[in-house]
Design a protein around this ligand. Structure first.
Ligand code: SAH
Length: 201
C-alpha cells in the first residue's frame, strides 16, 4: 500500500487510527489538477475543474474525524468535487452516496475513484440540498459546500443517533461548521469552528 509521509503533519490532534490510516495511504495527487501534483499536500485549498476547489487536507482530515465514521455506516456526501473526501469515506464506512451538481466533476471523480478501486460509492448528479430520499436514512451526512440555512431536508434523512456536518453561512462570508445529531426526533446542534467553503450553486 502506498504511504505518504507528507500527510503525517496534517493529522495533528487526530487520534482515530482508522482515519489516520486512510489519510496517510490515500494519494491526494490523484485528485488535483496535473499542474498541481507537486503541491498536492500543501495545506491549502487548490482549484479543480468547473470553478470548484479541493478542500485543504488538514480540514478534510478533521471533518472526517468529527463525522465519527464507523465500518457499518451509510454516508451521504454533498459536493463530490474532486472525490478526495469521498475516497476517505469509502475506506472508513460501508457505503457512500455522493451528490455533485456539476456533471463534469461527478464524472471525473467517478473515473478517478473507480480506477483506484473504491467500489462502495454511489454517484448522483443533481442538487444535493434535497438529499437522496430513496437511499435514506443515512447514519452520517457531510456537506463540503456551504448552506445558507439549517439543512432541514438533509436532517429529515438522518438516522436516529446519526451525525451530520454542514457549513452554514451566507455567500462570501465565513461559515460555521455545524454538527447536528439526531436523538429520537430531536436534533441537537453545536458549532465546531469557522470555515470557508464554496456556497451552493
Ligand atoms: N469535497 C470536495 C470539495 C468540493 S467543493 C473536494 O475535496 O474536492 C464543493 C463542491 O460542491 C463543488 O464541486 C460544487 O460543484 C458542489 N456543489 C455546489 N452546489 C451544489 C449543490 N447544490 N448540490 C451538490 N453539489 C454542489
Amino acid at each position: 500500500m502506498d504511504y505518504f509521509p507528507e500527510a503525517e503533519p496534517l493529522l495533528r490532534g487526530i487520534c482515530n487510527d482508522s482515519v489516520r490510516t486512510a489519510f496517510i495511504h490515500t494519494d491526494r495527487s490523484r485528485f488535483v489538477l496535473p499542474r498541481d501534483k507537486k503541491s498536492a499536500w500543501i495545506d491549502h485549498p487548490l482549484p479543480i475543474e468547473d470553478s470548484a476547489t479541493i478542500s485543504q487536507p488538514s480540514l478534510v482530515a478533521q471533518m472526517t474525524d468529527w463525522l465519527e465514521p464507523t465500518a457499518h455506516s451509510k454516508v451521504l456526501e454533498i459536493g463530490t468535487g474532486s472525490g478526495y473526501q469521498t475516497a476517505l469515506l469509502s475506506q472508513l464506512t460501508a457505503e457512500v452516496y455522493t451528490i455533485e451538481i456539476s456533471e463534469k466533476l461527478s464524472r471525473s471523480a467517478q473515473a478517478c475513484l473507480q480506477s483506484m478501486g473504491f467500489l462502495n460509492i454511489h454517484f448522483h448528479v443533481g442538487d444535493g440540498t434535497r438529499g437522496w430520499q430513496k437511499a435514506a436514512p443515512f447514519d452520517r451526512i457531510i456537506a463540503t459546500v456551504a448552506f445558507q440555512h439549517r439543512p432541514d431536508q438533509l436532517l429529515s434523512q438522518l438516522a436516529t443517533a446519526g451525525i451530520c456536518l454542514v457549513p452554514v453561512g451566507m455567500p462570501g462570508e465565513t461559515q460555521q461548521l455545524i454538527r447536528y445529531q439526531k436523538i429520537n426526533t430531536d436534533v441537537s446542534e453545536r458549532s465546531l469552528c469557522a470555515v470557508r467553503f464554496l456556497s451552493l450553486r
